[in-house]
Design a protein around this ligand. Structure first.
Ligand SMILES: Cc1cc2nc3c(=O)[nH]c(=O)nc-3n(C[C@H](O)[C@H](O)[C@H](O)COP(=O)(O)OP(=O)(O)OC[C@H]3O[C@@H](n4cnc5c(N)ncnc54)[C@H](O)[C@@H]3O)c2cc1C
Length: 408
């Protein structure tokens, strides 16, 4: 074993850096922050746009500058940063296998915090048929090309998706010499709320809701796509690229391959109100919990879990068995998905965060030990966060369940 720390944080994006800085601020001496990239900042580093940092630093940064601010914060707090370090396995009991230019080594800590973020769904996982030409990218790849290599890989792409990140992709294209020929959203409505969803139309880019890609064609590069419109008609669009945006999924490979596994709904680790997983030595925060939130949200979540983790270290003692929070379809996920009786006085998570799988109208309610503790009736939209305050009684409950009754 080559190193022993109090806490090892895996992932140097906003959540991981905020947690590491908070741990140091609360007097935890040995905090090691590992990231596989050459610099800290995570997904924000290749965003050449704002806004980042308003809530946490009181000013607006472009993504790359925000990444540099995170680096400075970690250094100022005395966090031991090791970039170029990729965690390849969680070995349990606070031990990790890490690959770096020094080779493969095992590190160990009293606690481990996973903050590995999320990634967009690539072509293969979307099961898109057709040829395999050059020019089919995710937003993250596009922005890395633009930010690090000053390359715009196409001039007339089709953008697939309508989440906030899709609008970020559109903005990157428009400001770096590309003119998207259309935006296609498979759902019946835009996934970003107003006023953001008006952006494609204002920018003069045709926006097709309910549109399914049927085929991608091209010999060397993308030449055209075929898609089905919401009215059932089929259309072809000449283009030189396909930009697949959003449909984020937690970067949870480490957890999937560990005995802990991931939650079926969120595809990330289930955590309790303090960010602790079913393994009391392993914590998690940020977008790895659920895809996807903003940088500021991930930062605040990281800071809150860092505080809870510092308290956990100073308090010691057993964490106890968690109670699982159950959800009914169409609720897709809930964070935290576990509750522990022996949590801290001020939990890191004060709200349940939920998402639904599709646009639904109905009554969402929370039952604690069979008694209704909260309810709301309205339209719920997919990929929009729903926040429900965690009632104090929930921590001591034996059953916690979200129910949904659809209404016409
Ligand atoms: C294209 C795009 C545009 C965006 N625009 C905005 C915006 O305008 N405003 C905004 O607020 N938010 C924006 N976001 C969202 C924001 O970037 C994320 O919410 C935020 O970065 C999430 O922080 P995180 O710490 O959870 O994860 P990440 O930032 O994803 O960081 C995770 C880190 O973990 C590291 N890592 C992963 N696995 C391992 C491993 N096995 N070993 C070691 N290291 C590992 C990664 O290298 C990465 O550095 C955007 C995101 C994207 C992709």
């Amino acid at each position: 074993m080559s190193a022993m720390a109090d806490v090892i944080v895996v992932g140097g994006g906003p959540a991981g850096v905020a947690a590491a800085v908070e741990l140091r601020r609360r007097g935890v001496p040995g905090v090691v922050l590992l990231d596989r990239e050459a610099e800290l900042g995570g997904a924000t580093r290749h965003c050449r746009h704002s806004p980042f940092g308003m809530r946490e630093f009181g000013r607006i940064y472009l993504g790359a500058a925000y990444g540099r601010r995170l680096t400075a914060e970690a250094a100022r707090a005395g966090v031991e940063v090791r970039t170029g370090h990729s965690v390849v396995r969680l070995d349990g009991d606070g031990r990790l296998t890490v690959a770096s230019p020094r080779g493969v080594e095992q590190l160990a800590a009293r606690r481990v915090l996973i903050a590995t973020g999320a990634r967009e769904t690539p072509r293969a996982a979307r099961l898109l048929s057709g040829d395999r030409p050059v020019g089919v990218l995710t937003t993250g790849t596009l922005q890395a090309y633009v930010a690090f290599h000053r390359l715009m890989p196409f001039r007339r792409p089709v953008i697939v998706g309508s989440e906030l990140v899709s609008l970020s992709a559109l903005l990157t294209c428009l400001t770096h010499g590309a003119r998207p020929v259309a935006m296609l959203e498979p759902a019946a409505h835009a996934l970003a709320g107003a006023p953001f969803c008006w952006f494609p139309t204002l920018a003069g880019v045709p926006f097709h809701r309910g549109a399914q890609i049927l085929d991608i064609r091209g010999r060397a590069r993308v030449e055209e796509i075929a898609f089905r419109r919401a009215d059932g008609g089929e259309e072809r669009l000449a283009c030189d690229g396909v930009l697949l945006t959003g449909r984020f999924t937690p970067e949870a490979a480490l957890l999937r391959e560990s005995p802990l596994g991931v939650d079926a709904g969120s595809a990330g680790p289930a955590i309790d109100q303090d960010g602790r997983t079913a393994d009391p030595f392993l914590f998690a925060s940020g977008n790895v919990l659920r895809a996807v939130e903003t940088g500021g949200w991930a930062f605040r979540e990281g800071r809150a879990v860092g505080r809870a983790l510092a308290e956990d270290l100073s308090r010691g003692g057993a964490a106890g068995e968690p109670v699982r929070v159950d959800v009914e379809a169409p609720v897709k996920l809930v964070v935290p998905g576990l509750l522990r009786r022996q949590g801290h006085a001020a939990p890191a998570f004060r709200d349940f965060q939920l998402r639904v799988t599709a646009r639904v109208r109905g009554r969402l309610s929370l039952e604690i030990d069979g008694r209704e503790a909260w309810a709301a009736e309205r339209v719920f939209m997919p990929e929009r966060r729903i926040l429900v305050p965690i009632p104090p009684g929930a921590f001591a409950a034996e059953s916690v369940r979200f129910r949904f009754r659809e209404q016409p």
